[in-house]
Design a protein around this ligand. Structure first.
Ligand SMILES: [Zn+2]
Length: 208
């Protein structure tokens, strides 16, 4: 058997895996980045005010991820048909990529934590910070201005860090351009790059 006979199926398999991995992520990579989705959010990568628009954005990103679950049916079904009809390694790749995605989205990375970067509980936590900043007894200073920076939520008025939780991708147009930006979001899967390095050991904190 010549090497090229072996190489072609492997390349088909790999392209199937890549496509099966990419298709479910298209809603979060592409759909959220159009400018008509983003008039209220400051441009990437500046800090985002913790306000109603941010909460709505978190829920939108979560819904786009849920839409991605439906998108994963595309490589699953096409791949399955290609396997049945033609024993196609490309089909096997599509199914593998989609299954990999579904597993990585359903299994939590840490026990008890959410595997999605955006969730209802995250939106509720943000709302709680807003409530606290309005409450005279629990607010950090006289006129709190909460912003979500790359690594934490901080009051811009008194500079107090209220929560050490890296900011997930918010679907803004990336400062590193369409192609590199999309590639980065694809690889990070919506999470902050800081989620992949150990930011100060604080195991008691619930990470999203
Ligand atoms: Zn403050």
């Amino acid at each position: 058997m010549a090497t090229s006979d072996l190489l072609a199926p492997i390349l088909w398999l790999l392209s199937g895996v890549i496509l099966g991995h990419l298709i479910p992520r298209l809603p979060t990579i592409i759909m959220s980045r159009f400018s008509f989705f983003n008039p209220q959010l400051p441009p990437h990568p500046t800090p985002v005010p913790v306000d109603g628009y941010l909460l709505a954005r978190i829920l939108l990103m979560r819904n786009l991820r849920a839409l991605g679950l439906f998108f994963s049916l595309i490589p699953l079904i096409l791949g399955w048909l290609a396997i049945i009809g033609a024993d196609s390694p490309f089909g096997v790749g599509l199914v593998l990529g989609a299954v990999w995605t579904l597993l990585s989205w359903s299994l939590p990375e840490k026990w008890g934590s959410s595997s999605w970067p955006w969730s209802r509980s995250l939106a509720e936590d943000l709302q709680q910070f807003r409530n606290q900043s309005r409450d005279e007894n629990s607010r950090c200073c006289d006129s709190p201005e909460l912003f979500w920076e790359v690594a934490y939520i901080r009051c811009a008025a008194c500079l107090k860090v209220l929560d050490e939780r890296p900011r997930p991708d918010l679907g803004r147009k990336r400062s590193d351009g369409w192609f590199m930006g999309a590639f980065r979001v694809w690889m990070l899967d919506g999470k902050s790059p800081l989620d992949y390095v150990e930011v100060k050991g604080s195991p008691s904190k619930e990470e999203e």
